[in-house]
Design a protein around this ligand. Sequence first.
Ligand SMILES: [Zn+2]
Ligand SMILES: [Zn+2]
Length: 350
Amino acid sequence: MSRELFREGGELNATRVGPDQYEMKIAIPRDADGRMGRECHATDCSPAYFKVTPGTGIVEGQVVAYCPYCRHQDEPNNFFSSDQLRYAKDLAIREASEAVTGMFKDALGLDSSGRRKFGGGFVSVEMSFKEGQKPHVHRPFEEEVRRDVICPNCGLDQSVYGLATWCADCGKDIFLTHVEAEVAVIRAMLSDVERRREQLGGRIAARDIENCLEDVVSIFEAVLRILARRHLLSGAMSTEEVDKFFKKAGNAFQNLKRAEEIFQQELGIGLLGCLSEAESMRLSSAFDKRHPITHNLGIIDRKYLERVRSAEDEGKEVLVSVDEVEAAIAASLKVFGWVHSTLFRDAPNP
Ligand SMILES: [Zn+2]
Ligand SMILES: [Zn+2]
């Protein structure tokens, strides 16, 4: 009796498609939130790992999917992660091991209880075969990726590392949606300041506001870097030249004046052109407060005084209000939208 390596149907729904070829359907387990890990296999893509929620986004007739980081496109099934591939192979090996055991029993002529008796007179020998345990298959390991957004164009619920640009299903530019999700976290923290002031006191509340301001400056810097990098790479600059450009720029994008100069000189765009003079001054005053907060525990130093020439006295604490941080967020979002639409007018936007 000849046996097949895989049972047709069976646990893995195997179908024989050639002399030594089988097709199997393997369901990839989801994480606790119903998300499924995906990985981009383009060379040089980083971080390449993301997650999608099956059943959201393009649910029928999807022939192509995209990497949120590099927009590499491929068949949806080809975005398997390395651990999902390991899982699929392990399942196939487990299934094949049953058939191999059967083949072994057949070859030795064992009966259904796995025994065979030789002889029958004075000398008889019994051979028995005990099956080993089925190999255990570990579920694929899923990374913790905690930046979730829903694409405003196709509705795909997806999670990425950092600030990604493209929707994994429809391939549209959803960078600003990612930025808004990031900013929503700061807004949520700001909205909790009063409760924390009552429960934990004024000093904690003040630190919360300061931390939020620092986060706004960090997002501002990160967003401008990503936008500038994308623009420079789409032009005549090589990756090495772009890397060199950012090395030279250092942390210039934390500083409004320097960021403005660089955007004007290198990208030909007036960074704060979309803000009124009052908005622009308010943003710049909030940004100026970040330095003593980060480097001097919030105490006003001479450097800060020289820069802002404010009436606040050296040695006093820098005061930041929730309103100030909220205004800085609103102005920053305006700047991001303006730079994005100016630089990437022709990109596939939602
Ligand atoms: Zn990629
Ligand atoms: Zn989409």
